[in-house]
Write a new protein. Structure first.
Ligand code: FAD
Length: 386
């Protein structure tokens, strides 16, 4: 289909990648976001090869390589500093045809914003829409509106538009653990600079991975009841308590973090939900299939959505509604499977059933590195770009 005007709500990874893909395909695109200034939530993200391939197709491969970290190995160590597994990522890269890139979120967002040639309007909170059959109009809190041939709701895990599409509200589900994350200067007293290191034990994790600019993206996970909070000034002490007795690099990391730039968040996911589309309106990214970060696939799935949605608009010509239904059919199967797989993995890592977590620690000791990379390759190769 040609000459479509497309309105996107949300300028996160999903909305921006979709905006780039659709403008490159020749469509007119406007993106609206409620915030006055775009600041990504979270410090870093690991973009696995399926996400990177979408960016490659959009001509952003070199730029991605420039801001991404060189992650050549993955290493699991126990909280007693026993080496559990040391994994070269080379077999994975050879199998899937593209290296993964851990990246600082601000760098990724900046790159996507610069690549998007349509318009971005900030300070525009969408409160609903009106689908009148041959067009759809997004309605904003300030009384403005935007009309297009289709509306993409890329408004995140707490999507406002999702309830209109599903006909019912759904509450994100607490995954049972808290995640702290941020960036630190890379140094050898923390981890080798080309390695994603993951310390595991006591149902917790402490991890660092290299991102561009000679930095590590770090995260900590601890299972906790819902509703705990700690002010930034107390976060270093909180982590020191949770990770008391863990290996020296973890202690060094806790000392080196800036607690005021360390995010602390309760991890949620949603669904899986069966409806991504109603008429001329489509959910995309976390709004449709927010997943726990335990496979590092949420942002990658939003990028896959962008690729598939654009492909159906370009290659089918029955109607907008028909193209969106095809998008829904393809994406709900893949993305919902990832939501469930990541949920299972989150439970395995964080001691939902302690004996399963103990078995996982044993498995890490015994598993061949190739089995680990083959499992990741399988997830990557389930995407639309092989
Ligand atoms: P968002 O990034 O949430 O963007 C939604 C946008 O919509 C926001 O800008 C918001 O302001 C705007 N908005 C919301 N409501 C409205 C409204 N009513 N009107 C207008 N604008 C609105 N993914 C990976 O691929 N790899 C990883 O390693 C990884 N690690 C993660 C680690 C953590 C701790 C977490 C929490 C997530 C991680 N993810 C990872 C998942 C990834 O961050 C998300 O899947 C991704 O950011 C989703 O992008 P999105 O554009 O769908 O939503």
């Amino acid at each position: 289909m040609y000459d479509l005007k497309i309105v996107i709500i949300g300028a996160g990874i999903g909305g921006l990648t979709t905006g780039i893909a659709l403008t490159k395909a020749g469509y007119q695109v406007e993106i609206y976001d409620r915030v006055k200034e775009l600041r990504p939530a979270g410090a870093g993200i690991s973009l696995w090869s399926n996400g990177v391939k979408v960016l490659n197709k959009l001509g952003l491969g070199d730029k991605m390589a420039a801001i991404g970290g060189q992650m050549n190995r993955m290493q699991y160590r126990s909280c007693k500093d026993e080496l559990l597994n040391d994994i070269s990522l080379q077999p994975l890269i050879a199998e899937v045809g593209q290296r993964p890139y851990p990246v600082a979120r601000t760098d990724l967002q900046q790159m996507l914003l610069e690549a998007f040639t349509g318009t971005v309007k900030l300070g525009s909170k969408c409160v609903g829409f009106e689908d009148v059959g041959d067009s759809v109009t997004a309605i904003f809190e300030d009384g403005n509106s935007a009309t297009g041939d289709l509306l993409i709701a890329a408004d995140g895990v707490r999507s406002t538009l999702r309830a209109y599409i599903l006909g019912t509200e759904i509450e994100p589900r607490y995954a049972g653990y808290v995640n702290w994350n941020g960036l630190v200067k890379a140094s050898e007293d923390l981890a080798p600079k080309n390695t994603w290191i993951i310390y595991v034990g006591e149902h917790k994790r402490a991890s660092m991975m290299p991102v561009g600019g000679d930095r590590f993206y770090f995260f900590f996970d601890v299972p906790l009841p819902k509703g705990t909070s700690t002010p930034p000034e107390a976060r270093q002490q909180e982590l020191a308590n949770f990770f008391q007795g863990w290996p020296q690099p973890v202690q060094n990391l806790i000392k080196q973090i800036n607690p005021f730039e360390t995010n602390r968040l309760e991890i949620h996911d949603i669904g899986p939900i069966d409806t991504f589309v109603r008429g001329r309106v489509a959910l995309l990214g976390d709004a449709a299939h927010s997943t726990t970060p335990d496979l590092g696939q949420g942002g990658c799935q939003a990028m896959e959505d962008a690729e598939v949605l654009t492909r159906y608009l370009l290659t089918t010509n029955i109607s907008v509604e028909d193209a969106l239904k095809r998008y829904e059919r393809e994406r709900k199967e893949r993305a919902n499977a990832i939501v469930l797989k990541a949920r299972k993995r989150a439970d395995q890592i964080h001691g939902k059933e302690p004996e399963i977590t103990e078995q996982w620690y044993q498995q890490l000791r015994q598993e061949s590195p190739l089995d680990v990379t083959n499992a990741i390759s399988k997830t990557i190769l389930g995407g639309p770009l092989r």
